[in-house]
Design a protein around this ligand. Structure first.
Ligand code: RP5
Length: 151
């Protein structure tokens, strides 16, 4: 995420991963203010065992796009509603990538962060039976929690 202040919005991604038994490495990395930290973390990520990036940023959100430029690993982008434009600026900056450098972009804010975490789990579930089982159980519990009537 681009700022410590983004944690409140991005925590649902970490929570979703934890619910699936997937370890996450949470970092504050600013595409604009810590470019060297950004570069070094991303280029070293594959060797460090990172499999997927989830990048949350607000304003002119370049974190996900620049991350995708530096790695072939999947990059999931979460536009954050931390600016006067309520995340519309970050949404457009994240989703409108030029052809050739894909960023899978999710909804603005907490719901997008949660879905990015679940989607990362779905990717990992393709080759990890324990994550697949956890994801099935998560979905079953979610379904069971929906009442048939409002009374
Ligand atoms: C913060 O600046 C926002 O919430 C956003 O995530 C971040 C963007 O950081 P830069 O990459 O532009 O430094 O205030």
């Amino acid at each position: 995420m681009g700022s410590p202040n983004d944690w409140d919005l991005m925590k649902p991604a970490a929570d979703a991963l934890e619910a699936l038994g997937v370890a996450s490495d949470v970092r504050v990395i600013s595409a604009h203010r810590t470019p060297a930290r950004h570069h070094d973390y991303v280029v070293g990520a594959a060797d460090a065992g990172i499999e997927i990036f989830i990048c949350g940023a607000g304003f002119a959100a370049h974190l996900a796009g620049v991350t995708a430029a530096l790695t072939r690993l999947p990059v999931l982008g979460v536009p954050l509603d931390s600016s006067a434009l309520d995340g519309i600026d970050a949404l457009l900056a994240t989703v409108q990538m030029p052809g050739g450098i894909p960023v899978a972009t999710f909804g603005i804010g907490k719901a997008g962060a949660k879905n990015a975490g679940l989607f990362a789990g779905a990717i990992l579930a393709r080759s990890d039976v324990s994550v697949a089982k956890a994801l099935e159980e998560y979905r079953a519990a979610q379904t069971a929690a929906v009442p048939e009537t409002p009374f």
